[in-house]
Structure formats: C-alpha cells, structure tokens
Write a protein that binds this ligand. Structure first.
Ligand code: ADP
Length: 392
C-alpha cells in the first residue's frame, strides 16, 4: 500500500496519475488518460519518464460512459503498477459550494451533499462524483479525498464574491465561486521559483477547453473571471462566457427555449464552436481559412484583453502574467496577440522566445513579465491526498 492514485474526470475524458509515496517528494510512476469518451475513445498510459506503456483505441464511433471508462482503468492499471498497491485516491471535484474550502475525505453523507451541487457544474460534477461512488461501493475502506476547483478562490473578498442580487436570493449560495483552482494552486506554488517578482501582482491565464483567468496577490486568489458556474468569463471551447442575463430571458420568453435547451446551448453549442461553426479546438481554428474561425479567435482574444484590464484594475497594477493549459502552453498565436494587446500594461513580447515556447516570453527590459508554465492539477491533488491520509 504505497501508491496514491489521482483521478481527474472531465466532461469527455478521465485523466489519471499514480504516485509512489515512499519518497517524500511524491514520484509520478504512471500517468495517462482515456479521451473522447463520447466518440472513438483512446487510452494511453505512460510511465514516470513519459515512455508509452500501453495504448488502446476503441473502434470508430464507439463510446464509453464514465463508469465504463473507470471499470476499464480498474482492470488495466494494476498490471502496469509493478506490484505497487493504492492506499488512497485523490479526486478533482469541480464544485465545493460554500462549505468546502479545503480537501475532504468523502463518505456517503458528504457524497450526498456534493451531489446537491450538480446543477452548479453539470458538465463535470456528476462524473467526478460517479467515480467516487463506484469506488465507495467496490472499495469501502479505501480513503478517497475530494479536492475542489472552487477552494483556491475562498480568499476572494466579499465584494468580489457578491452579485448585486437581493439577500433572499444570495442566501441560497448564489455568489461568485471561481474554478480551475487546482491549476491556479499549482501555478502559484511554482511561479515564484521562476521569478520571485511573481509573488506580487500576477494574472494567470488558464486557457484550455475550459478557460478562465485569476488575479493573484502573494499567490492567493483576489479575483477570477468564472462565477457561480463555469460558464462565466471568457468564451471557451463550447461555453459562452460572460453573457447579459437578459439574453437568457429572451431565449425563454421569445424563443420558447426551456432550461434544458438553454443549458445545452450555453454549455455545448456556444464559445469557439458556436462562433466558428467549425470546431471547439483551437488547433483546428488556427489551421482554418474560414472567416468563422478567425471571428472565433478574435472574440476569444478580445475577451482576454477586456478581462485582463479588469483584473489588473482589481490588483491596482500588474507585475506579471502566466499562460497555462492547452492553448496557453501551446498557442504562440494566442499568446502573441494577448501580449500585443497588453502593451499598454507594460508587456513587451520577445517574439523568438514566444515562438519557441520558452519559459519567459518577454524582453529583458519589459516592465511586466510574461511566462509559460505548464500546469499540473494531478500533482496538487496527490499532495493534498498524501497530507490528508498522513494527518488523519
Ligand atoms: P482541457 O480543459 O480539456 O484539459 P486542455 O488544457 O487540454 O483542455 O486544452 C485543450 C485546448 O488546447 C484545445 O482548444 C486545443 O486545440 C488547444 N491546443 C492544444 N495544443 C495546441 C497547439 N499546439 N496550438 C494551439 N492550440 C492547442
């Protein structure tokens, strides 16, 4: 019993990692994913050095439920673990609500409570919890630790959390929570190693399929673009981002859309996919000549510009920005456009460094520095899990 397993269940993928607990610095010995659960799933497992250990591709058009995918992992992974046995499992859980501002060991009661938050994160929370439930049933003695994406933002001030709604509504917990907290926590823990100046006023841009930005001071969250749900803020792969709530009233009253249809529209048919009419995938859009693709990228970059200005204002100035996640780590085009737009804030891009994906992508004389730092949510979950099982 010397390994911690980490499960990060997304809307269409399950990522996993296994860590050896015998060394104090948790060592990753296995990592991988099952992606595209809904259409032609693909499994890959790598060892700690990144070498491929096993792959599998399901046939064209096949699909897997999250439970099927979990059953596959439970069957396949033990053989790849070289005799190590799992002593605890850490899970990414998107929404911790008002109550959970730090990791918690999940039992049946806590699981029921977390299920009440499903309407606030319909894309992720049901899958996160289904996997916990499966393991609670099959391995009741195995500690399972839930680590929340909302938790990192509990340091936001009351005014940052508040919506201008009457108290009889806000007392139901209707407020800004913020998400991507495990990614932000990881970046906060490593950015000061790159440059001690990043302990001051920093905006971190988590730009993946889901996208958000977080203003940090001293490594703590001060403000973020996502809100009550993970729909708010930047346009995303398929999510709309900030939207006048009057649009929702119009959809209901004039277009006779019901709550399910509106949910489907705002979570699955909007964002880069909705605007481009082509794809939710930034790589595909960058490679396309279609006007819709350009329009979608323009809207994405423009939204980042507006939010960067707002977040810099909440910080009272800016010392650095950090790009992370799929688009942030890999799209030189998006980084370049964001940095050019932010010249007024004192960002001077180093073109060559940006193109080659260097760590620091601003010139030596740039007043505000810009960085690329790959995120690692699984490492944060593993650390929390180890601490929880050692402390209890
Ligand atoms: P998730 O939120 O699912 O974890 P990721 O962080 O993996 O998402 O980010 C996925 C996004 O990153 C997709 O839009 C993908 O196109 C984009 N991306 C990945 N690699 C590149 C690249 N080389 N250039 C541009 N975009 C990229």
């Amino acid at each position: 019993m010397d390994a911690i397993a980490v499960i990060n269940a997304g809307s269409s993928s399950i990522k996993f990692a296994v860590y050896d607990t015998r060394s104090k610095l948790l060592q990753r010995m296995l990592a991988g994913s099952i992606r595209d659960l809904g259409a032609s799933p693909r499994f890959i497992a790598n060892n700690g050095a990144g070498d491929v250990l096993e792959t599998k591709a399901w046939e064209e058009g096949a699909s897997l439920s999250h439970e099927d995918a979990m059953a596959f992992l439970l069957e396949t992974l033990p053989a790849l673990m070289q005799g190590h046995r799992v002593c605890a499992v850490g899970h990414r859980v998107v929404h911790g609500g008002e109550r959970y501002t730090s990791p918690v060991r999940v039992d049946a009661d806590i699981l029921r409570e977390l299920e009440t938050l499903i309407p606030l994160a319909p894309l992720h929370q049901p899958h996160n919890l289904a996997l916990i439930r499966t393991l609670l049933e099959t391995e009741p003695g195995l500690p399972q630790i839930a680590c929340f994406d909302t938790a990192f933002h509990h340091t936001m001030s009351p005014v940052e959390r508040a919506f201008a709604l009457p108290r009889d509504i806000t007392e139901h917990g209707v407020r800004r929570y913020g998400f991507h907290g495990l990614s932000y926590e990881y970046i906060a823990s490593v950015m000061v190693l790159r440059d001690p100046a990043l302990s001051a006023r920093v905006v971190v841009l988590h730009l993946g399929n889901g996208a958000s930005m977080c203003a940090m001071q001293g490594g703590s969250s001060v403000a973020t673009t996502m809100g009550f749900t993970a729909l708010d803020g930047l346009p995303m792969g398929t999510r709309c981002g900030s939207l006048d709530p009057g649009v929702v009233l119009y959809l209901m009253a004039e277009l006779q859309m019901n709550d399910r249809q509106i949910q489907e529209l705002l979570y699955h048919r909007s964002g880069l996919l909705g605007v481009s009419g082509i794809s939710s995938d930034m790589r595909t859009l960058e490679a396309s000549d279609a006007p819709g693709a350009k329009e979608a990228i323009d809207l994405f970059v423009h939204s980042i510009k507006r939010h960067l200005g707002a977040l810099a204002a909440t910080l009272g100035g800016l010392d650095g920005i950090v790009f992370t996640a799929g688009i942030g780590e890999n799209s030189a085009l998006v980084r370049e456009r964001v940095c050019r737009d932010a010249a007024w804030l004192g960002i001077e891009l180093d073109d060559a460094a940006n193109r080659t994906g260097a760590s620091r992508i601003t010139t030596a004389s740039s007043a505000v520095s810009a960085w690329i730092i790959p995120t690692d949510e699984e490492a944060v979950i593993a650390k929390h899990t180890q601490r929880m099982i050692t402390d209890t």
